[in-house]
Design a protein. Structure first.
Length: 99
């Protein structure tokens, strides 16, 4: 939890991002596993109720985040896209479960 708070506090600090670049391969691995697992759960729930818009949103955001990771984009892009993907997946999952 402390790392997430530190990330949010130092979002615009260039020295912090330069320090994180040292661990970029580990961060990329965690991001790809975390956002892909959440995305697959959200896709399954949205497909089970026939919510194709949610399925499309989850699929597109996951593809973009995975493309950033595979193409070795800057770490800030990878973290942003993974956060957006995780939030989208959570929202679609909650919507699919509630409806």
């Amino acid at each position: 939890m402390g790392n997430i708070i530190a990330l949010l506090k130092n979002w615009k600090n260039k020295a912090y991002w330069k320090e994180l670049e040292y661990n970029s391969y580990g961060i990329q691995g965690v991001c790809i596993v975390f956002q892909t697992c959440l995305g697959s759960i959200a896709a399954a729930y949205s497909l089970s109720i026939g919510f194709l818009l949610g399925l499309g949103l989850v699929t597109i955001t996951n593809i973009v985040a995975n493309a950033f990771i595979i193409s070795q984009s800057p770490l800030k892009w990878i973290v942003r896209s993974s956060i957006i993907t995780a939030l989208t997946s959570l929202i679609v999952t909650i919507y699919s479960v509630v409806i």
